[in-house]
Write a protein that binds this ligand. Structure first.
Ligand SMILES: Nc1nc2c(ncn2[C@@H]2O[C@H](COP(=O)(O)OP(=O)(O)OP(=O)(O)O)[C@@H](O)[C@H]2O)c(=O)[nH]1
Ligand SMILES: [Mg+2]
Length: 302
């Protein structure tokens, strides 16, 4: 499953503009993939002479408007990207953020209430687990109605719940004071080099991705052959077997060993073979904790 983020914001704050800039997909769709620019991948691809270069990508969901029903479409995403209107001069971004937080809270309260209705009905059969969940949901609802957040809830939440307010929240102000989406949209239409010439620092969108990686505690690892060089995302602390499963479940199933080279060692050595000759390539097992920038080659049999 790719990493997934949902865009939320008040009407006309620039959600769809952000979606289009991130995914370069037409606004007629509301789900798209945003490639993650990674200079390391390009360097590695060049080194191994890869015919194809595939960046890691994040799935982005654009939702029109707000309200519990619509926000409900975002229950499965890994993080929320909040867009605030800082360009029209008619809004106060900080106030809009408060309004949005409140909407998320209301949507979660609604979510708990509906789950309670359903489970409460089913619990009438006398099923112990359902009765316990009903009691738990009743306490939770009372907690929310007292104006407290889910984060302040002590103990675990019922696992069937998929709340919004506990997700990592990234806030983007759209306008000259933050990320200028209008400008980014125009730059997206230029080539990467031309666009870079216009900017002073790194692309604002790369900055969004960087913050997302930080919020979700993710790393990137690479795979590289003359056929394809590709970047993948993984949660920090995950192992070689998890990385293998990210690439393909068959590779994880048949996992034997894994060759690991740091991306910059590979670039410096000039090829896998040279890197190996210089002792820069290690053989690791399933439990090896993958590091950001590792180039992995899993040996497997099926
Ligand atoms: N000047 C300027 N206009 C922008 C910017 N971002 C968005 N807009 C304009 O604001 C309007 C609304 O942008 P959208 O991206 O459609 O906003 P939205 O949040 O998707 O709107 P809804 O889906 O209808 O809630 C469009 O006309 C955009 O061209 C910006 O950074 N600067
Ligand atoms: Mg829109």
């Amino acid at each position: 499953m790719p990493l997934e983020v949902g865009i939320v914001g008040l009407p006309s704050s620039g959600k769809t503009t952000l979606f289009e800039t991130l995914t370069r997909a037409p606004a007629s769709t509301n789900v798209g993939m945003a490639p993650i620019a990674d200079e390391r991948l390009d360097r590695v691809a060049e080194t191994v002479g890869a015919k194809k270069v595939t960046p890691a990508a994040v799935r982005v969901v654009d939702v029109q408007g707000t309200g519990p029903q619509l926000l409900g479409n975002l229950r499965e995403v890994d993080a929320l990207l909040v867009v605030l209107d800082g360009f029209s001069g008619t809004r106060i971004p900080a106030d809009d953020l408060e309004t949005l937080r409140l909407e998320l809270l209301v949507a979660d309260r609604d979510h708990v209430e509906r789950r309670l209705e359903r489970v409460g009905k089913q619990a009438k059969s006398g099923d112990q687990a359902l009765r316990r969940e009903t009691a738990e949901l009743e306490r939770l609802l009372a907690h929310l109605e007292a104006g407290r957040s889910l984060e302040e809830w002590e103990g675990d939440l019922p696992p069937e719940l998929a709340p919004l307010t506990t997700k990592p929240l990234l806030v983007l102000e759209n306008g000259p004071g933050g990320i200028d989406l209008e400008l980014e949209g125009e730059l997206a239409e230029l080539g990467d080099e031309e666009a870079a010439a216009f900017r002073e620092g790194p692309s604002a969108l790369n900055e969004v991705v960087r913050r997302l990686f930080q919020a979700l505690d993710l790393i990137s690892f690479l795979t590289a052959s003359d056929k394809e060089a590709r970047a993948w995302t993984l949660s920090r602390g995950k192992t070689a077997i998890d990385a293998a499963a990210t690439v393909h479940t068959d590779i994880a199933r048949g996992f034997i060993r894994c060759e690991v080279i740091r991306w910059d060692d590979l670039v410096e050595a000039g090829s896998h073979a040279e890197a190996a000759r210089h002792g820069l390539q290690r053989l690791e097992g399933k439990t090896y904790v993958v590091q950001d920038g590792d180039v992995l080659n899993v040996r497997f049999n099926v």
